[in-house]
Design a protein around this ligand. Structure first.
Ligand code: SAH
Ligand code: SF4
Length: 340
């Protein structure tokens, strides 16, 4: 078993079962999260016999092992992590002046199967555990020798289809004994798992929600995102509005600009309509071509036209600055192309 996915109460129970006082849990957590030590033998304030007992129980600290990386000139770095069963997932480090962001994965592959996404085309293998999720962020911080300030569930997988593990991981990222990241700096992006959006709104966490909108009619959205057949647009938007109202957090509507597919004047008018009058923000995303994909990115003028039109109508909007495309680390391009 891995220590990394356990919360403080679970680790305390484990320590007590092994006949040690409760405060040993706190000591282990300090080593794991504050000092980045994975080897029980180096946890020098633990009795040597206890260190040995932890090992003898088959316990290990870490859940993911770096197995390759690729970096671009701007410092964006894509990591391939190997899991204990041999599966691989990717995560991306995105440094900016003030913030250091990690984009992490929540599943091996993805069950949603969006037509424009490299992960979706790969199929679904399994959910990640909370430990495998949180360890991606921890390992990148350690490797970069920096405090990771922001984390986004925008790597491989649909986080709200792996709800329990994703939530537990977010709580560990946020915990004072964990990575101490502000909840307001954590973001979950979803293709629209409606019941899970309502559930998330009731968690009493200040985390950000991003919806992968990408289309303003059910017909087109269902063609792009098959999950829309289960949870159609009106239901998804209602859930997002409820999230914004309950949490007072601005919801991001992500909109990939696909040439000739969703970038017409009708689309724009419906997008503005849909985003007006509630606490949301439209993020226009230049499409990143994926191998064998059938789409092309909209011309930059079209993106500008969308941006201007929305802003004239007092809809908060921006165009996402794409990073990492050279190493296929940009949105939707993650698909284990890194090999050792
Ligand atoms: N499954 C979740 C989170 C991971 S995808 C979701 O879909 O929201 C993260 C973001 O990248 C989503 O907004 C997704 O729609 C977008 N994306 C996927 N493929 C893309 C591509 N080829 N170009 C640009 N963005 C893409
Ligand atoms: Fe899954 Fe998100 Fe990719 Fe769709 S866009 S296939 S939900 S990872």
């Amino acid at each position: 078993m891995q220590i990394i996915g356990l919360n403080r109460e679970e680790l305390e129970d484990l320590v007590l079962e092994l006949g040690e006082p409760r405060y040993r849990a706190r000591q282990i957590l300090d080593w794991v999260y504050k000092k980045g030590v994975d080897d029980f033998g180096q946890m020098s304030n633990l009795p040597v016999l206890f260190q040995q007992r932890l090992q003898a129980q088959g316990l290990v600290v870490s859940a993911v092992t770096p197995a390759g990386a690729a970096e671009t000139a701007d410092g964006t770095k894509k990591y391939l992590f190997r899991l204990s069963d041999g599966c691989g997932v990717e995560a991306v480090y995105i440094p900016e002046q003030k913030r250091k962001t990690v984009c992490f994965s929540t599943q091996v592959g993805c069950p949603v199967g969006c037509s424009f996404c490299a992960t979706g085309r790969q199929g679904f293998e399994r959910n990640l555990t909370a430990g495998e999720i949180v360890d991606q962020v921890r390992k990148i911080g350690l490797e970069k020798k920096t405090r990771i300030t922001h984390a986004v569930a925008m790597g491989q997988g649909e986080p709200l289809a792996n709800y329990a593990a994703t939530l537990k991981a977010l709580r560990l990222l946020n915990a004072d004994y964990g990575l101490q990241m502000a909840a307001r700096h954590l973001t979950v992006s979803t293709s629209g798992v409606v019941p899970a959006i309502y559930r998330l709104a009731d968690e009493q966490l200040q985390i950000n929600l991003a919806l992968s909108l990408h289309a303003t009619s059910d017909q087109l959205r269902s063609a792009l995102i098959p999950l829309n057949r289960t949870y159609p647009l009106a239901q998804v938007i209602r859930a997002c509005r409820d999230y914004a109202a309950k949490t007072n957090r601005r919801v991001t509507l992500e909109y990939i600009m696909l040439d000739g597919v969703n970038d017409g004047e009708d689309d724009l008018a419906r997008l503005a309509e849909l985003a007006m009058g509630w606490l949301c923000h439209v993020n226009l995303i230049p499409y990143n071509p994926v191998p064998g994909g059938a789409y092309r990115p909209s011309p930059p003028q079209t993106c500008q036209r969308f941006l201007g039109y929305l802003q004239e109508r007092w809809v908060a909007a921006s165009i996402r600055q794409e990073r990492g495309a050279e190493v296929n680390a940009a949105c939707g391009q993650l698909r284990q192309q890194l090999k050792l």
